[in-house]
Design a binder for this molecule. Structure first.
Ligand code: PEP
Ligand code: MN
Length: 263
């Protein structure tokens, strides 16, 4: 399918590389969400992320606070002026998120593998003009990833972006999810106008890998970064080992060397 992807333009948003999205893996409490958001906003982050519906690998884990968290994200918007984003996995999530005025939605890696689920989300978004980011499917299947973009594009969503979060593997010695950089590189070749974000948190699975993965993504001319940041990472209810404080994130971002590889 021929797709003419439009930039993720939002009023006042600087789209200079890297576009940064940051926030906790999960919204846990109103206090944690607001404290993290305020710390990030004061360090110049313009787009906040927080998962409120969390698809977990096994039952029994924290599956998110649900729609209640939308009210907290609304407060983040009002009190910090940041744009807010969250993950959607069903049409009901989409309807609730749109009603709450969420600015950007993303489709998670466990949903991106399922064409029926992606189509359901696409159908729920018909006639809505909102940027949608799609994480790579957990398995390294570029065609399935591109198929998800086609489904959203077919529903009239033209502001699309990709999130590279690595691919599941039995071997988790270094990375939680293998980066297999050649796959997003091939995605860039196939869809040159599609902005690509790197999610170093889910690729690395550990704090100490966030900085080098961010730099690698910049060296590969990725457009943005989506990084998990929590005001108290050690106490996080999900993905504690990979979240960094807003302070550390700021430090990491300031160290990045951004070369314009197209010049
Ligand atoms: C997340 O962003 O917290 C998440 C669940 O990620 P993924 O879909 O990449 O596993
Ligand atoms: Mn997470």
């Amino acid at each position: 399918m021929e797709m003419k992807i439009e930039p993720i333009s939002l009023p006042g948003l600087d789209t200079k590389r890297p576009i940064v999205i940051a926030g906790p893996c999960s919204a846990e409490t109103e206090e944690q969400v607001l404290e993290t958001a305020k710390e990030l906003a004061s360090r110049g982050v313009k787009i906040f992320r927080a998962g409120i519906w969390k698809p977990r690998t096994k039952p029994g884990g924290f599956e998110g606070v649900g729609a209640l968290g939308l009210q907290w994200l609304k407060r983040v918007k009002q009190e910090t002026g940041m744009y807010v984003s969250t993950e959607v996995a069903t049409k009901d999530h989409v309807f609730e998120a749109l009603k709450a005025g969420i600015d950007i939605l993303w489709i998670g890696a466990r949903t991106a593998v399922n064409p029926f689920a992606v189509q359901e989300i696409a159908d729920a978004l018909k006639g809505v003009d909102i940027p949608i980011l799609i994480k790579n499917p957990v398995n390294p299947d570029l065609e399935l990833w591109i198929g998800a973009f086609e489904r959203l594009y077919g529903a009239g969503i033209h502001r699309l972006g990709a999130i590279h979060r690595g691919f599941s593997s039995y071997d988790k010695k270094i990375y939680r999810n293998l980066p297999l950089w050649h796959i997003p590189i091939e995605l860039r070749r196939r869809m040159p106008d599609l902005p690509i974000f790197c999610d170093p948190s889910h690729i690395g699975g550990k704090r100490e890998l966030v900085a080098p993965l961010c730099q690698q993504a910049m060296d590969l001319s990725f457009d943005g970064l989506i990084v998990e940041s929590h005001c108290n990472p050690d106490c996080a209810w999900s993905d504690a080992s990979q979240q960094v404080t807003p302070d550390v994130l700021d430090y990491v971002l300031n160290l990045l060397v951004i070369r314009d590889v197209n010049q």
